[in-house]
Design a protein around this ligand. Structure first.
Ligand code: HEM
Length: 359
């Protein structure tokens, strides 16, 4: 890739879904996005909104209730600890052959990561993370039932992940059902999120013609310009007329916010404000050189805010870094399109393109 190419991410290098385009065109930091939703990209107001009430259990992505019951805090903690062990173990083992990363992104790296991280789990547990299964409710229910009956057994040849160990070690049927849900959600969130981040980074490198000299800095800059968690949602229907347990808690915080309004917190927009960044649209990994703790940077919230911050944040960048290191060493490159790659409206922001491997 020529190093002389301009670093600015030409807005035509990606084509956002119309709804995202509309948000990016907003000039104010607090605005009505639709009849029921207020969009917010003001850092202070975001912090106030997050502090106004805790995230409700059904708003939580990974630890929302499963099998009809809340997830106990200690079981959530065990899950994240197990996931940490599994990622650390994967980082020490050779990854699967890189040719599996050729094809459509982010689907290819999602499948690749599932194989790398959870491929050693015995049947039927490994099916919990299989793409074809997770996309079908019927198949998911069947596999859940199979895993409940045959959660695998410990033995000298045990290759199961720590996350699978939580299913096997569950003390009762409810705990086992919840451990199954945790396995599915945690593995999906990890593989989908890391695939999106690595893909966005690869696209930005391609679109700007930059060399990946410092992958860690490249990933932090990608989390700024194309953050996979681009919008965090707070539900206004839980207002119940006000108080501290619902959307009513937000109404006094800004004149635009009415009781019952949903709130869309928008890191994607905040990460581009000239108030916080020089040359905000430029893809400049060097801005992170020597930054010891990127998350302390004002106006930068790729993993959420104090009080609701991502429990897995320490796993994401190292795993994406390793994935890209291996992939680039084997000649992984964007094959098509040359420009105008689509970014569809999804809960995770991910550029779609096709990659090839080898010269
Ligand atoms: C690239 C991958 C990921 C990104 C970009 C990401 C980003 C975020 C963001 C922005 C939040 C704040 C959400 C809000 O305030 O509404 C959050 C919260 C959280 N994340 Fe992540 N996350 C990722 C992966 C994961 C994984 C793999 C797990 C665990 C299995 C996880 C567990 C959590 C938890 C527990 C919270 C706190 C919210 C809650 O209490 O449920 N995240 N994450």
């Amino acid at each position: 890739m020529p190093e002389t190419a301009p670093a600015t991410v030409r807005e035509h290098s990606v084509v956002y879904a119309p709804r995202i385009q509309d948000l990016l065109a907003r000039e104010t930091k607090v605005f009505r996005a639709d009849a029921r939703t207020v969009g917010v990209s003001d850092a202070h107001l975001m912090a106030e909104i997050v502090a106004a009430r805790p995230v409700l259990s059904h708003e939580r992505s990974v630890y929302k209730p499963a099998a009809g019951a809340e997830i106990p805090h200690d079981s959530a903690t065990r899950t994240i600890r197990a996931l940490g062990q599994d990622v650390t173990a994967a980082l020490r083992t050779p990854p699967p052959p890189v040719r599996a990363l050729a094809g459509p992104w982010p689907a290819a790296p999602t499948t690749y990561l599932r194989r790398w991280l959870f491929g050693s789990d015995p049947l039927p547990v490994s099916l919990l993370a299989r793409r074809g299964v997770t996309r079908s409710d019927v198949l998911s229910r069947l596999v859940d039932r199979a895993v409940t009956t045959w959660p695998g057994s410990a033995g000298p040849d045990d290759t199961a992940t720590a996350l699978a160990g939580l299913i096997r070690g569950a003390a009762d049927p409810l705990e086992r059902q919840q451990a199954i849900a945790m396995y599915r959600r945690a593995s999906a969130t990890l593989c989908d999120g890391v695939a999106a981040l690595a893909g966005n980074a690869l696209w930005l490198l391609h679109a700007t013609g930059r060399r990946p000299d410092d992958l860690t800095a490249t990933l932090w800059e990608t989390l700024r310009l194309l953050p996979p968690a681009w919008m965090l949602y707070r539900n206004g229907d839980d207002a119940g007329g006000g108080g501290t347990d619902g959307g009513g808690a937000y109404a006094g915080l800004h004149p635009e916010i009415r009781p019952g309004d949903n709130i869309a917190l928008l890191p994607l927009l905040m990460h581009r404000h000239p108030d916080h960044w020089t040359d905000p649209l430029e893809f400049r990994p060097d801005r992170w050189a020597g930054v010891a703790d990127p998350e302390k940077t004002p106006g930068f919230m790729p993993f959420g805010f104090d009080g609701a911050r991502c429990w897995a944040k320490h796993l994401i960048v190292p795993l994406a870094d390793r994935l890209l290191t291996v992939a680039l060493a084997h000649g992984l490159a964007v094959r098509s399109p040359r420009q105008d790659a689509p970014v569809p409206l999804r809960s995770l922001l991910a550029v779609r393109f096709t990659a090839s491997v080898g010269a």
